[in-house]
Design a protein around this ligand. Structure first.
Ligand code: NAG
Ligand code: NAG
Length: 987
């Protein structure tokens, strides 16, 4: 095994040398964009979708409006809104949205380009607090808006005002809706009278808003939301009857819901009905009713149409339909129904003819996606339907064939992890060695055997070398031609089996495993533009966390644990999955099989789940701890006998801290063993957030981070020793009244305050605070109003550096180093003006932590800015740098620059960023970076560009020859060294 690793390190050395010939994307050049990095733009799951001129216009649950190319699913344009959309309508060249909030925002968009034409919350100048209630496009292209004060305002497509009409309404009148019929605008209000209620209708002329007619309909609609205007008729529900009025006449026609077969004899027992308009401009609507039978609710649905002055049945959908699986387009109504586990039936009914409904079958298994969440008949000739499933994926079918799909579940990522892949060579080599070397062979024999096989492989070496070398070069040179990005955003096909992928020599290829709030676990290849490797769906589960519990080791696959809640059962679920194929992982060890089940479902909902620095011995997985705040109990996972005994050694040093439920305090706990081995967390310290203040940000070091050096070497060769307390964390507390923000450094074991600094004049109400922590330093970003002398009205980023002593070469007495008992760090701090607002931040991570780190700021403008730690350095000299400064490589003090080359995302818009995670490659220079939120973006970053990058002009062939010579030398001298070593062993 020793020899094995020796060999590996030789290969690594070669690999590292080789890689230094290659420019890894430390700054993405124009021609490299999209080669190694990839950006997936997502929209979320459609809630409304219609097709016009080859584009699918949609509104999604991620507050995105978008136009997709109907033949490929590519995004033509999209806009991320701040609030959910309550109303969406479109005509031939524009569309508008009204957001769902107290003072709704009306936005009018140009539909071919997606550009905002105009927007307004207050459309009526005279009654300023009137909110927008409803709006429609008129046939002239203008927008007619109804406000909560009852006024009607007509705006042109470009926002100019044509006319407005203000009714005289009494306090018992409520505006309901408006519509255009035959060149007139009808306004409908509800009037609540003493004896009876009525709907009041005003008829206005479209040109000037002059009242032409006014009448009342005797009506007591059950719910104003169920008063709809359908094809020139007002339709409402009143006591188990559907009533209609053709606008312009005062006749009311009534039909009993009971008269429709599906609702027959049920109408008496139910009154929960809903009317859904199926398509703008269609005269069809969907009537649904909910009933209770044997305490189980079920739905009945029928498609009805307003025909003349009557309401008639178009299609009886019976009991197994839900409103979201019915859709209409023009004169066709479509309904989608699950027929069997692997098939869906699409029913089509032409509403103008009495022809039978047409049926077609769509092959689709619910195993991978769950059931249909939304369905839209986009067009009938050709037949296009869009289906959104519970997992968040969407698929477009041409007839019954799948045309394209989008894995929109990735717009709902709750957590992501990088997972290392196994190396193919090692994997197979290990298999060889274990099979071919019988046990009775002596070390010498084995050594000779190995030597022979090494020598036998020697002639292959130059070839191996060149293929590796050119392989990477090729990958770098391959442009977008490979596959368009949108193809890698497709969902996996039902029958596809995951392809086995392996690590490359530089550890640049990994898996990104993401868990989503839609119940999905998705593995993506960092190469191949993030193509999906596998995906699993768990119905009713909202995932919250994913933890890698076992890295790829030679004989065992890497494992992850996906953690979430089953919202239907109200339980907590943990799934242990093989990271290479997504299958639930069963141990082969029969003795622990029972307590090592891949699925754990428990009514105990853990407040926090964390990874412990201990492995259980049987499967070598990291032990997780689950803390339940309700009972203060702590559980370990897995709970095998081996895990228990490994854990018991760790128990005395098991401390953790947690922000309490309402964020008023941070508590530190120690876990202790109680009755019959049960574990409880007992509070050992408490840090209160002062009254009137709020906790705005927290930051702690990544437990995986490697620190290469314990000190910082200065220009004069002296050393500042880093204060590297693994339990340290930073908390930012804001006092909005006093406009201050206090940053506190706490020791997580003892709860002692190590340092505290208060910044005056900080606006924490309109601007978030973000903290990043690494090694012995903390950076935090906030907005300063700039009233304090010497500070700017700008975003600021401050850095705190922690050292063991105030002076050079000063160290804390090593005897007390454990937990830095009562030792406070010496702090050096500085603040820099920062050019942008920030949504999230991450810090690059490299293999041994030698490379200078870079802080990755996810900006409000949807870009990612990489700022080297050298810029965020408290030692940047304010005066002209002297020789010592230069020797130390210090940059003169100044604001953080806003330079194009610092943008990882170059010109891309990474919308809705919520997190940035990083992982090391095997190359020391390179860190993998993944940002997610709405969009997902992956790239490589080499933060210290200087140290292992050679210029383009470098003579690579000469280097290659040198390396070949070097390798030959290693192979010649290697055996001599080994012989010597073996000989020493024999002495
Ligand atoms: C959709 O994409 C196809 C293929 O790229 C293209 O030919 C077509 O013009 C696009 N459609 C629209 C409406 O842009
Ligand atoms: C899934 O199947 C369709 C149709 O058979 C095919 O066109 C598509 O390429 C497949 N998708 C993937 C990701 O393999």
């Amino acid at each position: 095994m020793y020899r094995q690793s020796n060999r590996i390190s030789i290969w690594l050395l070669i690999g590292t040398l080789l890689a230094s010939c290659i420019q890894i994307a430390h700054a993405v050049f124009e021609d490299q964009a999209g080669v190694l990095d990839w950006h997936h733009a997502w929209i979320g799951t459609p809630e409304i979708a219609t097709e016009r001129n080859g584009l699918i216009y949609t509104v999604t649950s991620r507050n995105v409006i978008a136009a997709l190319n109907a033949s490929t699913g590519e995004i033509e344009w999209r806009q991320l809104l701040e609030r959910p959309v309550a109303s969406f309508k479109m005509n031939d060249d524009a569309l508008f949205t009204i957001t769902d909030e107290k003072l709704p925002l009306l936005q009018v968009w140009d539909s071919p380009s997606g550009k905002l034409l105009w927007q307004d919350r207050k459309v009526d100048d005279l009654s300023k607090d009137a909110a927008i209630l409803d709006a429609v496009f008129l046939s002239t292209g203008d927008v007619a808006i109804l406000t909560s004060s009852g006024s009607v305002v007509i705006r042109t497509k470009d926002g100019g005002q044509h006319w407005r009409w203000v009714p005289e309404l009494s306090s018992s009148t409520t505006p309901v809706s408006l519509a255009e019929v035959d060149g007139h605008v009808y306004v409908i209000n509800e009037h609540k009278g003493v004896l009876s209620n009525s709907l009041q209708v005003h008829k206005l002329d479209t040109q000037h808003g002059i009242v032409q007619d006014e009448y009342k309909l005797s009506a007591s609609p059950k719910d104003l939301d169920l008063v709809k205007v359908i094809n020139g008729h007002v339709v409402w529900i009143e006591k188990n009857h559907i009533k209609t009025n053709a606008l312009g006449s005062s006749d009311i026609s009534t039909v009993s819901i009971d008269s429709f077969e599906a609702f027959h004899s049920k109408a008496i027992i139910s009154d929960t009905y809903a009317i859904t308009i199926l398509d703008q401009g269609s005269n069809e609507f969907l009537l649904t009713g909910q009933f209770i039978s044997d305490e189980q609710p079920y739905h009945v649905a029928a498609v009805l149409k307003v025909d003349g002055n009557a309401v008639k049945l178009t299609l009886n959908l019976g009991t197994s339909f839900y409103s979201h699986t019915v859709s209409a387009h023009g004169n066709t109504v479509a309904a989608l129904q699950r027929q069997s586990k692997n098939t869906l039936t699409l029913l089509l009914k032409h509403t103008k003819s009495d022809a039978e409904t047409a049926k077609s079958i769509i092959e689709h298994s619910s195993d991978h996606t769950g059931e249909v969440r939304y369905f839209s008949l986009l067009s009938t000739v050709p037949l296009h339907t869009l289906v959104v499933y519970d997992d968040g994926s969407m698929r477009l079918y041409h007839g019954s064939d799948l045309a394209w799909s989008r894995e929109e579940s990735l717009a709902y990522i709750a957590d992501s992890e990088f997972v290392d892949l196994p190396e193919e060579k090692l994997w197979s080599q290990m298999a060889d060695e274990t099979s071919e070397v019988p046990e009775q062979h002596s070390p010498i024999q084995r050594y000779i055997h190995r030597l022979q096989s090494d020598i036998a492989k020697l002639p292959e070496l130059p070839q191996w070398f060149l293929t590796r070398f050119s392989g990477v070069m090729e990958a770098l040179q391959k442009k977008r031609e490979l596959t368009p990005v949108y193809l890698s955003q497709q969902s996996l096909n039902d029958s596809e089996t995951p392809s086995m992928i392996y690590r490359d020599n530089f550890g640049l290829r990994k898996l990104i495993i993401s868990v989503t709030s839609t119940g999905k676990v998705v593995a993506q290849d960092t190469q191949n533009q993030g193509k999906l490797i596998w995906a699993k769906y768990y119905p009713n589960v909202q995932f919250e966390q994913v933890i890698s519990v076992r890295a790829a080791t030679v004989k065992m696959p890497p494992l992850i644990v996906a953690i979430g809640r089953n919202v239907e059962e109200g339980t907590m679920v943990l799934y242990r999955l093989n990271a290479l194929d997504g299958d639930e992982y069963y141990t082969e060890d029969a003795s622990i099989a029972e307590s090592f089940d891949p699925i754990l479902e428990t009514p105990t909902i853990a407040t926090k789940v964390f990874t412990l620095p201990v492995q259980e011995p049987d499967e070598r997985t990291q032990i997780l701890a689950l803390y339940d705040a309700g009972t203060t109990r702590v559980y370990i996972y897995p709970d095998t006998e081996g895990a228990r005994s490994a854990f018991s050694e760790f128990l005395p040093s098991f401390y953790f801290s947690l922000v309490n439920k309402d964020s008023t305090a941070i508590k530190g706990y120690q876990v202790v063993e109680g009755y019959r081995g049960s574990l409880t967390a007992s509070a050992v310290w408490n840090f209160d957030v002062p009254k009137g203040s709020t906790l705005v940000a927290l930051g702690s070091r990544s437990p995986h981070e490697k620190v290469a050096s314990l000190g910082r070497v200065l220009g004069n060769r002296n050393v500042l020793y880093k204060y590297l307390n693994p339990n340290l964390f930073a908390v930012a507390i804001a006092d909005p009244q006093a406009q201050t923000m206090t940053l506190t450094l706490l020791d997580g074991v003892k709860g002692s305050v190590l340092y505290q600094v208060t910044h005056e004049d900080v606006d924490t109400i309109h601007h978030d605070v973000h903290i990043g922590t690494s090694e012995n330093w903390i950076v935090y970003h906030y907005w300063s109003n700039g009233a304090i002398r010497g500070s700017a009205k700008a975003y600021q980023v401050s850095v705190l550096e922690l050292y063991e002593g105030s002076g050079e070469n000063e160290r804390i007495d090593s005897k007390s180093l454990s937990g830095y008992d009562n030792q406070r760090p010496h702090i050096r701090a500085d603040t820099f003006v920062f050019p942008y607002g920030v949504r999230t931040l991450g810090i690059t991570d490299t293999r041994n932590g030698v490379s200078t780190r870079e802080v990755l700021f996810g900006l409000n403008n949807n870009q990612i800015l990489g700022v080297s730690r050298r810029m965020l350095d408290s030692r940047r000299p304010r005066e002209k740098p002297n020789k010592e400064h230069q020797e130390e490589g210090l940059i003169p003090y100044g604001p953080i620059p806003d330079e194009r080359k610092m943008f990882l995302s170059y010109s891309l818009e990474v919308l809705g960023m919520e997190s940035i995670i990083t992982a090391p490659a095997l190359l020391e220079s390179t860190s993998l970076v993944f940002a997610y939120g709405l969009d997902t973006f992956f790239t490589y970053r080499a933060p210290s560009r200087q140290f292992d990058v050679l210029s383009e002009e470098f003579n690579k062939s000469q280097l290659l020859l040198t390396i070949v010579a070097l390798v030959v030398a290693i192979f010649v001298t290697g055996p001599m060294v080994r012989r010597k070593r073996v000989n020493t062993l024999w002495k």
